[in-house]
Design a protein around this ligand. Sequence first.
Ligand SMILES: Cc1ncc(COP(=O)(O)O)c(C=O)c1O
Length: 429
Amino acid sequence: MDVTAQPRMTSGEGPIPAPVRRAEPTIWRNPHRRDAASVLAASAFSEADMRGAEARWRRFAPLLAALFDGTDEGRIDSPLLPVGPDLARTLRGGAPGSVWVKADHDLPVTGCIKARGGVYEVLAYAETLAGAAGLLRPGLSYAAFASGPFRELFARHTIAVGSTGNLGFSVGVMGRALGFQVEVHMSHDAKAWKKQRLRELGARVVEHPGDYGLAVATARDAFRDRADAHFVDDEDSVDLFLGYAAAALDLQRQLASAGIAVDGAHPLFVYLPCGVGGAPGGVAFGLTLLFGDAVRPVFVEPVAAPCMLVQLAAGLDRPVSVYEAGLDNRTAADGLAVASASLLVARTVGPLIDAVVTVPDADLFHWLKALWTGAGMRLEPSAASGFAALSRFLAAGMPAEAGSATHVVWTTGGAHLPDAEFAAALAQA
Ligand SMILES: Cc1ncc(COP(=O)(O)O)c(C=O)c1O
């Protein structure tokens, strides 16, 4: 496969560009991008919200450290890894700039970026319940959340979620560890092994014949008036969004300790695989709070499921799905198989996105194998999409200021892939 072939480049040529409708790889420079200061000034969310989320993560650090192996003193974060010279050369094809990997494929506890939102929202709900029950004494160590009275309280409550797999797992792991009942509604394209590992945790898995959007909508309706339950709404949750946003503080710390400058003269391009948009949207929002216009979020979507591109191109007045653009939402990137983007995210983050790059499934398998053989990284197809996008972006001569840029590819999942699944993915390259 010729991964350096020039993709089509479009912006503002009509609501949904023709190559996107034809499921051709496309680089869409966002014609609606605006300056960070004006977008942030009008936003419903602020830096205080992101720092509030970080403070909650810190309150729960003793609990996370006690419950799970591999957290750095209760911090659910991943390393920022340099890409070796050979791989960097292949990726950049001679283009300048440095390439790093934000290794969420190896995130402690779940091996997936969705933990940043899903675990966070379970903790937020647990804290709310504990507060209402009078269990939060001053000076309490949150390690107590795993103990008797807390668990008895949580066991009387259900947490439900609709998911393509990884959000459900994140909610399932955290929810079950605290003793909640957990119910995960999954789409037809959710992988069997992802359903199985949820059942092994003691979660109830409800399978839907339709797509992810239908699974979410059905679960939302079922839990609408349940006082004893909480629905984690992947399409519309502020807690998920802020949990993801706090990741920006982790990356900021790591960039500083690696001596990487981010400013007007040194832009930071971040390649973020996008499903419904919550994870990439939250991260992009948090990074913009910290770095302003110097951060250039590039969202990455499968050619068959470019829901964020379609939504942003068509405008934010009403939901627009990839089906309306004549696409079928069928992709090997199960985590990105989403037909309609979150409107909350599209409206909050849309004007901050620099570009959306769409990639064919063949690219995902190509890069999945390249990252395994070249760097020993075990990625799932969704998580390899950032490399496919970076390679196409640079091959097309993007960005103009590449010489001084840092590129961060966010690898969003994969370490927990079963051997047979991983071998099958490698065989498709
Ligand atoms: C591995 C992986 N990467 C990226 C994403 C995208 O996250 P979001 O759906 O919040 O856009 C998902 C979603 O499940 C995922 O599983």
